[in-house]
Design a protein around this ligand. Structure first.
Ligand code: NAP
Length: 348
């Protein structure tokens, strides 16, 4: 479904968005990406195959109320990914909630004034689904995070408020366009962007001895290229509806350490001490109070619990299949080494 009109991708400089831009260009779309600085700051976007002549970068800020209206001009589709993804912030209100919420409100208002618009695909998160695993439950699109606040998981709070605001806009205004959200789990894989992403930085932390041992904690992972693909399929599919959880596979920290210990990948200073039992979990809960506030909260709400996401809807409606996340993680590691974010492994 290639249209002559540009597809607008907000936050084009981001880890996920740059893969969306790359795939849209590869499919022959015209793309208008919103960025915060002038275009010459983004050579890695301007040099993507297909970019010359088909990629336009325009400036917009989530806190600039009217900045999205010119960016959406003539667009049939907007993919709204821009939102701060940071875990430990000094000022949760101003650093996370305001840009996420006011930015989404500004995007919805600008969309309402864009006559041609047919659909917004919103990058939400599993953070808007829950901020606390429940080992007895499989989370689905019906679940909403009701517990986060400015003090408890402010990143999760920002994503929940932003996604809710988008759906409430649709409910209240019954506009001429519809909304589909993609709610990814931990997104990993190689980066087009030179900076390191928060999720890949978490993998790097495991590999550089930030954690005192192997903790009883697990995560849903999904490849960044599959996540980008899910956004484009959600845009292209007439029958796409509502929210889509997007997680390929669950990995325990033990699985990650095992994977990264494979001899062919050399030797990283991975955690060795097994803290996955009740003693380790209790110890880590006590130690969590000495960690940066939001990391500490994360440990206390996640350790010793299993998270599970039901991702049947995305596979059935969008026909997506996910690549094995172990391969994505290994590619992310190689990419971090090549970009200088991670010291090369010692040879064994
Ligand atoms: P990222 O690389 O940090 O990208 C965030 C994007 O948002 C960047 O383009 C950033 O622009 C932009 N942004 C931040 N504050 C802004 C502001 N005030 N005005 C305009 N743009 C602003 O993170 P990502 O991983 O790609 O995340 C993209 C989206 O996916 C976010 O909505 C995030 O919540 C969601 N998500 C990510 C993951 C994951 O594991 N990565 C998982 C689930 C959901 P600059 O480049 O100028 O900073």
């Amino acid at each position: 479904m290639i249209t002559e009109k540009p597809v607008c991708v907000t936050g084009a400089s981001g880890f996920i968005a740059s893969h969306i831009v790359s795939q849209l260009l590869a499919e022959g779309y015209r793309v208008r990406g919103t960025v915060r600085k002038s275009a010459e700051h983004y050579p890695y976007l301007l040099q993507l195959p297909g970019a010359p002549g088909r990629l336009e970068l325009v400036q917009a800020d989530l806190l600039g109320r009217d900045s999205f209206l010119p960016a959406f001009r003539e667009c049939d589709f907007v993919i709204h990914t821009a939102s701060p993804y940071v875990i430990n912030v000094r000022d949760p209100e101003n650093d996370l909630v305001k840009p996420a919420l006011e930015g989404t409100a500004a995007v919805m208002e600008a969309a309402g004034k864009t006559a041609d618009l047919r659909r917004i695909v919103l990058t939400s998160s599993v953070a808007a689904v829950t901020d606390e695993p429940d080992s007895t439950k499989v989370f689905t699109e019906l679940d909403w995070n009701t517990r986060s606040s400015l003090r408890r998981h402010p990143y999760h709070y920002s994503k929940t408020l932003a996604e809710r605001a988008a759906w409430e806009y649709i409910e209240r205004n019954k506009p001429h366009f519809d909304l589909v959200s993609i709610n990814p789990a931990m997104v990993t894989g190689p980066s087009i962007v030179p900076a390191i992403n928060t999720t890949n930085a978490m993998i790097r932390d495991i590999m550089t001895g930030v954690y005192p041992g192997i903790l009883d904690i697990n995560w849903g992972f999904v490849d960044v290229r599959d996540t980008a693909r899910a956004h484009i399929l959600a845009m292209e599919s007439d029958s796409a509806r509502g929210r889509y959880l997007c997680s390929a596979e669950l990995l325990h920290m033990r699985d990650l350490v095992e994977l990264l210990s494979l001899p062919e990948y050399g030797s990283f200073p991975l955690p060795k001490r097994d803290l996955t039992g009740p003693f380790g979990t209790g110890l880590m809960k006590a130690l969590s109070w000495t960690l940066p506030r939001d990391t500490g909260t994360y440990i206390r709400t996640h350790i010793g619990r299993t998270i599970r996401y039901g991702c049947g809807k995305i596979k059935q409606d969008l026909g997506i299949s996910f690549r094995p996340v172990r391969e994505s993680i290994l590619e992310a590691v190689e990419d971090m080494v090549s970009k200088g974010h991670l010291a090369p492994p010692k040879k064994r």
